[in-house]
Design a protein around this ligand. Structure first.
Ligand SMILES: C[S@@+](CC[C@H](N)C(=O)[O-])C[C@H]1O[C@@H](n2cnc3c(N)ncnc32)[C@H](O)[C@@H]1O
Length: 149
């Protein structure tokens, strides 16, 4: 899906940095870095980030950080192209990595509590530069078919 729609995120091919909120261990991050983009991810579960680096075959450095909850850490690939924050996305802001021209969001809306979604949306808006682009992959389903499950 990312390959199919990357032109919408990067129409003039000038993009240099991208944010992946709630990144999990998606291999999209390795692919984006290989395209020359500094790839910044934010994920709450450290195991996912450990597995990302090990499955991608990349060495990482680790730094403790404050401001993302009690377990805040930054993991970076040796070449600095992949920077993954372990902490609460609902506390992430431009004070960490500035603002972005592009955000790739896959699977966050199903992972967050519904009551946190408006706050999350505002955080993404604040992180996006004027004219920046946000690509969101969502799932559509019939709510009634899920009732009682
Ligand atoms: C459905 S997964 C999607 C992962 C990834 N975007 C992908 O496409 O494979 C959602 C991820 O969000 C993380 N997550 C949920 N709430 C979070 C929060 N407040 N801050 C950071 N990560 C969070 C979960 O740990 C999980 O890895």
């Amino acid at each position: 899906m990312l390959i199919k729609h990357l032109d919408k995120l990067n129409p003039d091919r000038k993009l240099r940095k991208i944010l992946i909120p709630l990144c999990g261990k998606t291999l999209d991050m390795k692919w984006l870095a290989e395209q020359g983009l500094v790839t910044v991810g934010v994920e709450g579960v450290q195991q996912a980030l450990d597995e990302f680096f090990s499955e991608a075959g990349l060495d990482k450095s680790e730094t403790s950080i404050t401001g993302l909850g009690s377990y805040g850490k930054l993991f970076q690939s040796k070449d600095g192209m992949i920077k993954l924050y372990c902490g609460d996305m609902l506390q992430f802001s431009s004070s960490f990595e500035g603002t972005f021209d592009a955000i790739w969001d896959r699977g966050s809306l199903v992972a967050l509590d519904r009551s946190d979604v408006p706050r999350y949306a505002q955080i993404l808006k604040d992180l996006l530069n004027v004219g920046g682009r946000l690509l969101v992959e969502v799932m559509g389903y019939d709510l009634d078919s899920m009732s009682g499950q």
